[in-house]
Design a protein around this ligand. Structure first.
Ligand SMILES: [Zn+2]
Length: 63
């Protein structure tokens, strides 16, 4: 999942929502394995960011 926090986009843990990796607006990612560092979460999986994710989120692209 992607989320905007204070003007910065992040790939966030799909289980607990912790911010894991900063993204540039419009980023597309597949095949990168990540591990959530939040205690008691332990999610690990693939970072998947599709072009469609950005359309759904309606990001305000920085000028
Ligand atoms: Zn997590």
């Amino acid at each position: 999942m992607i989320r905007e926090v204070s003007g910065q986009w992040w790939f966030c843990c799909p289980r607990c929502g912790k911010k894991l990796y900063p993204l540039r607006a419009g980023a597309v990612c597949r095949g990168v394995l990540a591990h959530c560092r939040e205690r008691h979460c332990g999610w690990s999986g693939e970072i998947i960011v599709e072009p469609g994710d950005w359309r759904q989120e309606k990001p305000t692209l920085p000028a």
